[in-house]
Design a protein around this ligand. Sequence first.
Ligand SMILES: [Fe+2]
Ligand SMILES: [Fe+2]
Length: 459
Amino acid sequence: MDRRQQEQAIINVIRLLGTSLKNRRMYPPTHPLVRTPVEKCFSDIFLFFAQRQELALAISDGTLVFEGVPIFNLTSSLELFMERLAAIGIPAIVFEKGLAPGDIELFIRFLHETKEEGLSPSDIQKRIEDLGVAHIRVKPPEEDDYALAREIYHDAVNVVVSVLKEIRLGRIPSGSESVRVVNAISGMLNQNRDAILALTLIKNFDEYTYNHSVNVAVLSLAMADALSLSREEKSEVGVAGLLHDVGKTQLALDLIRKPDGLTPAEFEEIKKHPEEGFVILGKMSHIRPASAYMVREHHVRFDRKGYPDLGPDYAVQPKSQIISVADCYDALTTMRSYQNAKQPIEALEIMRKLTGKSLDPNILATLNNVMGSYPIGTMVRLDSMEVGIVIGVGLSGKGPIRIAILVDRQGNPLPRSEEVDLTDVDPRTGRPRWSILSTVNPLLYPDAPKGVFLPPPSS
Ligand SMILES: [Fe+2]
Ligand SMILES: [Fe+2]
């Protein structure tokens, strides 16, 4: 099954569950109007077990999420059913291989009989097990958010590669794939923000344009989340982030990669890329005008002294500054041949000096909040004298800080990073096992971040 068929099957499953539940209010459990939807639902779920051990459907913000990607095209009656699940407090439905129609029937009975709302997942799990439900869990699998985030990130890079290639060939690509990966990134930010933010550490000079595009999308979406924008606005911002520099396809490659300062004439050329991007996005299907405008405006500074010059009466969208801030942060933290990459904290400090001039102070404050006091990607020395990189800061940068240790106390790089949590307490002393001594210049360990993304042992 491809993704579209999977989504269709999932929508069917939810629809059938909803129908059975609705009919259960009027008929006994043995009635065909209750039982037939259950049997059909079972055969749809069964299709998934050909390729996997379980089918996990998470519910986040009343939206169904399958493998980190929200499924949006649910009809209103399906959404009602989803709201019912969310009201009871069910964060996910996981169907495990071995499932029988009887399990689904009993699960429907639980949904029918339960009138309480806001139950805890473990309470719900216990109640359904007491009813005799086997092979259905209501907790999402905790494992490998990082693997999923990596998949989504690389998928997004591939989309950027193919979009840019199409444009260079003089064709106008469809925008549907861009929208799809932006929704996937958005879903991943909801599911495990740290996992996807950590990937913006990937700084690859050869592939700079592609990674930069995805990083700007991820950072913009994280800020859009923090600003509580609507789902549509988030999608518009994410797409603008992903495609903000597509106009550069119209420039000569050596100009984009030019390591040294640009001549005034060359700079005039570069200055055309936002308008070129605006025109390209305007021709792409599935792209909303708001995204195209953000692309046009991503170099119009906060004080309007940037480019293009759109005239004094032109109203710039405030959201364009989200893209500008993300763009600036990623550029500063990226190692390029003509610029030493800045530590995240240094980058934020440099950006603070630009507020009121090129950057909007409120949007920068949002980025600061998203990143916390030790932003993801910061290289630090611990009091154990080991060196590591911050890979997790929890929600709004205020959660427990997690560090991937890359260099041991003797200064030797570790073949594989080791993860530690700064809230871990040493039982002998009752005090935290590790604390941060200082930040470290990453140039001292140029290869270190790569270690973070090695696959786990034995896989
Ligand atoms: Fe740009
Ligand atoms: Fe850029």
